[in-house]
Design a protein around this ligand. Sequence first.
Ligand SMILES: [Zn+2]
Length: 482
Amino acid sequence: MAVAAETMYISADTIPGVAEERQAVREEAWALIGHRKELQATGHGAELPPVLDALSTAEYVLEAEKGSEEYTFRLGGLRQDCLRLVSEWFRKKRPEYFPPVRHTYDAQAVDFYSHGLAIGQMTLNALRPIVGKQEEVARRVNERVEHETTRILRSMGSVALGGARVKRVRTLSECTDTAIKEYAHDQKIGAPHGGYDGYVPEIEKLMVRDMISEEETDDRLQEQVGLPGIYFNHDIITRALERRSIDAKDMDKTALHGTQLIVEDDLMEFTALLDEVASEQWCVNIFMGEQVPDGYIKDYAGFRAEALRRQDGLKDLAHTVATFVLDLAANGFDKTKAPKHVENFVKKLLLEEAKKDIAVAEQMFNIETALGLQEVVRLEEAGYHQEAFKLMQVIEKEAPGGGYCSGGACGLESIDLSSDIGQEIKAKLKAKDGDIIVKDTDRKCKCGAKEVYYAYTSTKVNKYCDNCGAYESKQTSVSSDE
Ligand SMILES: [Zn+2]
């Protein structure tokens, strides 16, 4: 694919006025972090604003009247977040395209909103000192500046920008060195997979994000692509930018992340540029950051369409997750435990999906997990259910993602269906063969007992309390919604 040479990029900081305003936002952000550090040091850490997580989004849904238009709107936001979580995990170690998400502008609040949640506020709330994570703190400051850049560019008007209205602002987010180091260390000492602040150090994943100003409204759209960063290392990226007249040679990853680029090409055109430069430099054929055979047809539009189809196919799964999260929020579930609890719930769903396809298993987890799951399938087919269950327990523990199943304490305990008690619970849950059946050891039922069980698949969640007998079944497929 030929890349038009005339599409040169402009760094926002080369525009007089814009650079100064961005610098002011940056300084304010650091000052706020200093202030919050002071609060923590003097025992006022509780005054820090909460960082938004899945459970707070669900609480926000529940604040609206059930069945109202507002409720549906907010639920759409929760489902969108869940779809993003599931889709990112599904393509964890492969490239993926994520379609534009709307950020609605509110002139009165001078902020952008995603399904009712203030984005500017979120970028402010994220600013705080994190021990041993100076790089991550600097990234959050960058994200605050990135967010404010839309407003700054608009306030400048088109005159200062040479008559043109800025349409696209691009940010390159490389995997942090901290995450890469932590991952390498964990691998070396055989420690379990950590969270790595949401980065994917296995492939040093690069996220490229465009903020697109909509012409007809004051809204903006956020579009992203995730790319394996092994071939697209920092050197390849700076070489590619050089071809678009951006000098990033002296910038490290965090400095580049803090640079907003005004561009005219789209994300797939930029990916094609990275592929072109990487193919030349590595002397292998590269498409979407991955090596492909010589003569491979690089169909970027096709990749985008395929990604949309793939994510459409994950909507049932995402709805199931949203249903679970809403239920936890309604239950007043412990917020500190919620993110891991949700992750474990998703992990079990994805492990079931991974049983069906070894390639999918490897891209979501790793080769060990993929091979182990094949063995589980073999055991199940041969009727060795207890052995299959035992092996599955080991695989689940060792598979990357989720976690906090340490020292025998796991929030969602799998139930051995080869036991009599397991069969009894299965019947009470009205579960079918193939359902994931677990006991939730963290949440309390309305009756006060910690005896809640679930049977779930990508299209339903059944819940049963073995103390009071309360039972509930929810269909979660996209089609059951309409
Ligand atoms: Zn109960």
